[in-house]
Design a binder for this molecule. Structure first.
Ligand code: ADP
Ligand code: MG
Length: 725
């Protein structure tokens, strides 16, 4: 098998031997080490039946590389400069940066201290460089025997014996071996996929692919963009005279074209999905009836101007015969729930059912309790559906839903199960929509009569910066509640070293004695839920001991729903004054009397998460305090996050910062998982391209369906199916 591999092989870079390319494409390691490797990792029988080529394509497919165009669009994540050889003396002065050197091996030893490693010294006329390999094959010692000429490229450090490279890429070369004439691309890769294999596969695909530009010359000229083929070729095979800086920084016109193309594909795909959904039609809900009016009259407060404004927008949407697809944004505590309930009331006034889906049971339950308390006295029949209901209860809820008796249904993911059939679903409300995948949200939207789509209201307490909304949410209308209800006092945020925990406990005690309530949030421990639970339990025990005169509750994700309900209920009724919680309280909990929030290991939380948590206090009239305890020393990003929290209470400002620190993929969470549509564009710096792409998308959708189809096929291919639901 190894021999077959060799025939297909191209030059392989020497990467860490332990991690990559065992047998995928040939490398220079000896048959002996290969045999050792394969015996320790015995292939399964099925795998063994695959030819090396088939194995390779399986691995490539895992990277999303199937069709020729997939390969062509698999662009370098960075470039390496192998065009020059630096003298070792110069290299030694460039500590910290990457350089390529060439010289003869003067020493080659296996050392055992501080750990087993292969240490090879190479030298040229000007100096020497020590190469260290912590993982190595036995034959590497022979390969780099004294006197052999080695070309090595890696990051230079100042070691004990002068300039050092740890795990450099290296090649055995003859004197005068040609140098690369251009930058060498480095591709995003996965396990067992060496760069050489990718390079070769991409080069092959480039000979077969259809290069036709999806955009006409006239359009390109108007947009001041470069051609598709030229751009791609520049990126895969940078010409020697290319502006290296702009290529590496992704500012080169070739990159610009790629960014534009993918932004355009995203706009086209989302907008087309929107048009398709619209064309299905919806039931118009024009009546603002008795229920809506009575509800407003009975409210103990009047709506804020911002609430009035978004309500008006929603009411207009609901009157239409095509589905509303609106995203309601508002900072934590801005009062989205009431707006959602008013939208539901309108659906019910028109004889339809409304459904509200929330991402967690606690949140769903909060909504249920609150909205039911508003609407049930007015005669609305509600149903409650979550995964944790007993079979009998589920059946009962399903019966209410399918008969149409339940006018308002509130629940979790359970609502999108196949067994749930609505009689006449007119409106779907999704809270914290970014926690659901697009498909889940649309699943609920499909639960109405054939050929129609219910109106959809999506809510988000994580304000989405404008650029993001313009790209990822191009298919949604956006309403913003940009005002908090009156009478809120701003939350004071303090950042405190955790070695001052005693002072924090004293504050909790004082707050409890003044009749205030306190949240104590335990650290997020991503690696281990068990450990997280343990910490919460310990903290609870510690606080119970330290605060004998207060009741301290504990809520975490492992509690059964009924237990959670008991603990939360006690806190809501002020029977317990302190609530120790894991992040389960992150969203939606509304206890206005709580005015002190302690967050332990705040440095481990993301910005938006901290903002959400902090938003649990400051809901009543009392001045509220949020104490962010941290364990030093803090890294740069953590420092920035905590500083942002201390300085700002504006959700939009915080979200913008969060986006900057984390990037859109992580920021948006579920919606984007598995559909990373923007690989190249950077929403912070490429906003001007977003606007151009948006305008062109509108134009193309109106006037040029052929180009739309061609462009989407090229950029999204099969991924587009997913969005068309
Ligand atoms: P969020 O937008 O975070 O979901 P909620 O809907 O939970 O916010 O509202 C936060 C709190 O503000 C609730 O206690 C709610 O009853 C109250 N509230 C909402 N609107 C108003 C208003 N117009 N005036 C006074 N209080 C309001
Ligand atoms: Mg809410």
């Amino acid at each position: 098998m190894a021999a077959e591999d060799q025939s297909a092989s191209v030059e392989i870079e020497n990467e860490q031997p332990a991690s990559t390319h065992a047998g995928l494409a040939g490398n220079t390691s000896s048959p002996a080490t290969k045999a050792k490797k394969s015996s320790s990792k015995k292939p399964t029988p099925v795998k063994a039946a695959l030819s090396p080529a088939a194995k390779a394509s399986e691995k490539l497919a895992k990277l999303g590389l199937r069709k020729d165009m997939d390969f062509v669009l698999h662009l370098p994540m960075r470039y390496e400069d192998e065009t020059e050889i630096v003298s070792m003396r110069d290299a030694a002065m460039r500590g910290g940066s990457t350089a390529q050197v060439e010289g003869l091996v003067t020493e080659c030893d296996i050392q055992y201290r501080p750990r087993r490693q292969l240490v090879v010294t190479i030298a040229d006329d000007t100096g020497q460089v020590v190469m260290r390999f912590l993982n190595f094959y036995g034959n590497q010692t022979k390969q780099m025997a004294v006197g052999v000429r080695v070309r090595a490229r890696g990051e230079l450090r100042h070691g004990f014996f002068g300039a050092e490279m740890v795990h450099p890429h290296y090649k055995i070369v003859n004197e005068g071996a040609p140098l690369a004439t251009a930058l060498t691309p480095v591709y995003p890769s996965g396990e067992g996929v060496p760069q050489a294999l990718l390079r070769k596969a991409i080069a092959n695909a480039m000979t077969r692919v259809n290069w036709r530009d999806t955009l006409s010359d006239a359009r390109l000229a108007a947009l001041n963009l470069q051609g598709f083929e030229t751009s791609i070729r520049t990126l895969h095979n940078p010409p020697p005279d290319v502006d290296q800086y702009s290529l590496m920084e992704r500012e080169h016109p070739a990159w610009e074209r790629m960014k534009f193309d993918e932004l355009l594909a995203q706009q086209l795909s989302l907008k087309r999905a929107q048009i398709t959904r619209r064309s299905k039609g919806a039931n118009a809900l024009p009546v603002i009836g008795e229920l809506s009016n009575a509800f407003l009259l009975n409210l103990p407060f009047s709506l804020t101007g911002a609430q009035e404004k978004v309500l008006a927008e929603i009411r207009i949407d609901l009157r239409q015969e095509f589905p509303m697809q609106r995203l309601l944004q508002g900072d934590v505590g801005s009062g989205k729930t009431i707006v959602a309930a008013l939208a539901a009331a309108q659906a019910i006034d028109n004889g339809f059912q409304a459904a509200l889906m929330a991402p967690t049971e606690i949140l769903a339950e909060q909504h249920f309790r609150k909205i039911a308390a508003w609407l049930e006295p007015l005669g609305v029949k509600t149903a409650w559906l979550t995964g944790s209901l007993k079979k009998k209860e589920k059946e009962a809820a399903n019966a209410l839903i399918s008969s149409g008796e339940a006018q308002l249904v509130i629940g979790t993911h359970a609502l999108i199960q196949d067994t749930v059939q609505f009689k006449k679903l007119g409106l779907v409300i999704v809270d914290e929509q970014h926690r659901f995948g697009v498909s889940q949200r649309l699943n609920l939207a499909n639960k109405t009569e054939a050929g129609k789509v219910p109106h959809q209201l999506m809510m988000s307490a994580t304000p989405i910066p404008r650029t993001l909304a313009m790209t990822y949410y191009a298919d949604l209308e956006v309403s913003v509640i940009d005002e908090l209800p009156p009478g809120r006092t701003p939350i004071v945020t303090r950042v405190i070293d955790q070695n001052r925990r005693d002072e924090v406990i004293a504050r909790v005690q004082a707050a409890g004695q003044e009749g205030k309530q306190v949240y104590w949030v335990c650290p997020l421990i991503e690696e281990s839920e068990t450990l997280q639970l343990q910490t919460a339990t310990d903290t609870h025990a510690m606080l119970v001991a330290a605060l004998p005169e207060l009741n301290v509750g504990l809520v975490h994700g492992r509690l059964k729903p009924a237990e959670k309900q008991t603990v939360m209920g006690a806190f809501i009724r002020n029977e317990s004054q302190v609530l120790v919680a894991t992040t389960v309280i992150e969203v939606g909990v509304d206890v206005p009397n709580a005015s002190l929030m302690v967050i332990e290991h705040a440095e481990r939380f993301g910005l938006s998460q901290l903002h959400q948590l902090r938003g649990r206090v400051g809901r009543g009239a009392a001045a509220s305090v949020c104490l962010l305890m941290y364990q030093g020393p803090l890294g740069g990003t953590a420092k920035q996050r905590l500083a942002t929290m201390r300085e700002s209470s504006d959700g939009f400002e915080i979200a913008r910062k969060d986006l900057e620190l984390r990037g859109p993929g992580e920021f948006l969470g579920a919606r984007q998982s598995g559909e990373a549509m923007l690989r190249f564009a950077n929403l912070e710096t490429d906003q001007w391209l977003v606007e151009k792409a948006r305008n062109l998308a509108d134009d193309l959708l109106k006037n040029d369906p052929i180009t739309v189809a061609a462009h989407l096929e090229r950029w999204l291919g099969y991924k587009e199916e997913f969005l068309r639901v």
